[in-house]
Design a protein around this ligand. Structure first.
Ligand SMILES: C[N+](C)(C)CCCC[C@H](N)C(=O)O
Ligand SMILES: O=C(O)CCC(=O)C(=O)O
Ligand SMILES: [Fe+2]
Length: 438
């Protein structure tokens, strides 16, 4: 990449060489004067500009070596901006496309007003300055763009690597949970006050599950808890569902059998984000609930069996729900990473029962996939990772289905009845964003 121009912005004062480049001598003189004036250390560097427009100019420039608030260099196709110790590489087309001013963004709707594809692919700024925490760029057509430096830091590829996530998940096993149990919130507080709703969302983001206590033992209250977060997601299970041992659906959930930990809705391409449920009637014996942190298990797999982690995160696996008049399929890796990230976990699509025929990999890869599943399952079934509890009527359980797996022990007596709702993941995250939880 060719160096095009170079400029420094010590605090308020910025240097765009574009104005001064007409005369290298003038530039040097003005920069020296500036630097001497401000009694800042300086040194001279030489740089060759290869920019076609200025290719004949060989420029010698003054450079400040004290740590300025922001400094930038203009290259052939991008701007390098150093801010708060982070080097941001900003492609010019990207910059023009992401102009933050009112004629590039509709500030009423947040929508892009720039037609991204009509930007000159070779666009270069005619002037660049940094003033009071804002990067300002003038483009050849006279358009003036502005970008807050902090906005750039938290909205760019390089910047985001350095900005701490507002909320790191707390990956738990049973011991970690009993050492720092998630706080629970009372139904009346949760319903009355957004601060308490935010607390539950925070717990959900951190632990992957949360409780709302002392709720009326009604479906209405369970719905009300759900709708504080988002509209519910109606699926073929209905707008709401009850799980009893009546075999109403062709699913082991609707029997008295034990359910090994699983994710619900693996058979949809987008499984529901939240399961909100309440125990309406306990069985005579058994039917204890179980949660396992799927992200924790995945991180252990990544650490101990990196090759297994790579296999499970890359092989797409089909899942299905089958009834005489219903056949849904959902395909995805067992361990799904956020797009564009090799690090951040997105979803654990894990269900021994609902996994369909593995027809997505050639025979040579099958053995490796099963080995990886065995290793992952070792952590998922490790009793030290299991959180067992008896869900009581009046207690509403919210589970982040993309992360925390759930199950139950077998039970006796036909009375046990669990009911609840599914919520979409996007809307759950939206509420968390709006309440500044993430
Ligand atoms: C009872 N409830 C509706 C919550 C789910 C029951 C079915 C669970 C199923 N294996 C699935 O993943 O969809
Ligand atoms: O009965 C329970 O406690 C859980 C049921 C369940 O997870 C299911 O049906 O998918
Ligand atoms: Fe389930």
């Amino acid at each position: 990449m060719y160096l095009r121009r170079f400029a420094i912005s010590p605090g308020r004062i910025s240097q765009s060489l574009s104005a001064a480049r007409k005369s290298t001598a003038g530039l040097l003189a003005s920069q020296s004067a500036l630097l001497q004036d401000r009694k800042l250390p300086r040194k001279l560097i030489q740089s060759r500009s290869f920019c076609s427009k200025f290719s004949s100019v060989r420029e010698t420039r003054a450079m400040e070596v004290s740590i300025p608030k922001a400094e930038f260099m203009e290259f052939e196709d991008h701007l390098m901006l150093k801010y708060k110790g982070v080097k941001l590489m900003l492609n010019y087309v990207w910059l023009r496309d992401h102009c933050r001013t009112g004629d590039s963004i509709n500030h009423l709707t947040g929508e892009r007003m720039v037609d991204s594809v009509t930007i000159d692919p070779n666009i270069q700024p005619v002037n660049v300055t940094v003033e009071e925490g804002t990067l300002e760029i003038t483009w050849p057509d006279g358009h003036q763009s502005e970008y807050g430096l902090d906005w750039l830091l938290s909205n760019t590829y390089e910047g985001k690597k350095h900005v701490r996530a507002t909320l790191e998940p707390f990956l738990w096993d049973a011991a970690a949970l009993s050492a720092s149990p998630p706080p629970s919130v009372l139904y009346r507080d949760y319903m009355a006050d957004d601060g308490h709703l935010a607390k539950v969302l925070h717990t959900l983001m951190k632990y992957g599950f949360a409780f709302v206590d002392e709720a009326p033992v009604t479906m209405e209250a369970t719905l009300a808890v759900s709708e504080r977060i988002s509209h519910v997601r109606e699926t073929f299970f209905g707008k709401h569902w009850f799980v009893t041992s009546d075999f109403e659906r062709h699913d082991t959930g609707y029997t008295t059998a034990a359910l090994p930990v699983h994710m619900d809705n693996t058979h949809f391409n987008e499984p529901s984000g939240l399961i909100v449920s309440q125990m309406f009637e306990e069985g005579d014996c058994g039917g204890t609930s179980l949660l396992v942190d799927g992200f924790h298990a995945a991180e252990r797999l990544r650490q101990d069996h990196p090759e297994g982690f790579d296999v499970l995160s890359s092989v797409p696996v089909p899942h299905q729900f089958l009834e005489p008049f219903l056949h849904t399929t959902g395909v995805g890796p067992v361990v799904e990473l956020e797009p564009g990230s090799r690090r951040e976990l997105k979803m654990i699509r894990y269900s021994m029962y609902d996994r369909a025929v593995l027809d997505t990999i050639p025979m040579e890869e099958v053995g490796r996939w099963y080995a990886a599943l065995r290793n992952f399952t070792k952590y998922i079934r490790d009793p030290s990772n299991e959180y067992w509890f008896q869900l009581k009527p009046g207690q509403i359980l919210l589970v982040y289905n993309w992360r925390v797996l759930h199950g139950r022990s077998a039970y006796e007596g036909g009375q046990r009845k669990l009911g609840g709702y599914f919520l979409p993941r996007d809307d759950f995250f939206s509420r968390a964003r709006i309440l500044k939880v993430i």
